[in-house]
Design a binder for this molecule. Sequence first.
Ligand code: HEC
Length: 170
Amino acid sequence: MTPNQDPQISPGRQRDLQLRIASSLGSLKILARQSLPGLGAPVAELLSQIDHLRDEYDGGMMRAFTDRAAALSHRYPVNITGLTARDAGARDVQEGERIYRRLCLGCHEAPAMTRDNPAQDLFTLAQTMPEREFIARMIGGVHGTPEVALGNPLSDAEIAGMVAYLSGLH
Ligand code: HEC
């Protein structure tokens, strides 16, 4: 595998990101099978797109891989209905802050940036990336480990409350 080598990113972090991408590709088909039937979308076609993605990644064809990944995420945008800051009521924002302080602050408040794969400051993340992308990360990355990313323990209202609290949009 010969992914693009960005000199800004340390070798350890690059290795870690490669593992995360490989692991996410491994669970994409399960996600596609679980989510698409309800939408009436063509599952077989998507599964073959995912095969292409995996082949391109394994073959180090990074340009083709990123183009296909971008096209797929455009065609199947993450559903953020009910999860945006605007969906959060005052109680949800309070609850979002409570959850953050109880469950997330310990790792995310003063991240050890010398680690290969640090837990980043969630306020900075929420305020510097598009809301849709932050929400996608809140859905998929809350545990910080790919193994359990399929079962996010937060309810929709809790995610919306945390998005509002962390982004300051409330
Ligand atoms: C035990 C430490 C720990 C706790 C507790 C923790 N995180 Fe994390 N989190 C991490 C680490 C380490 C990463 C970076 C590694 C990764 O993304 O896999 C991370 C990454 C993330 C990301 C980015 C994922 C991505 O796709 O880039 C989000 C969002 C996140 N955490 C949200 C939360 C929220 C919300 C909570 C509380 C409900 C929480 N985390 C609790 C350690 C933790």
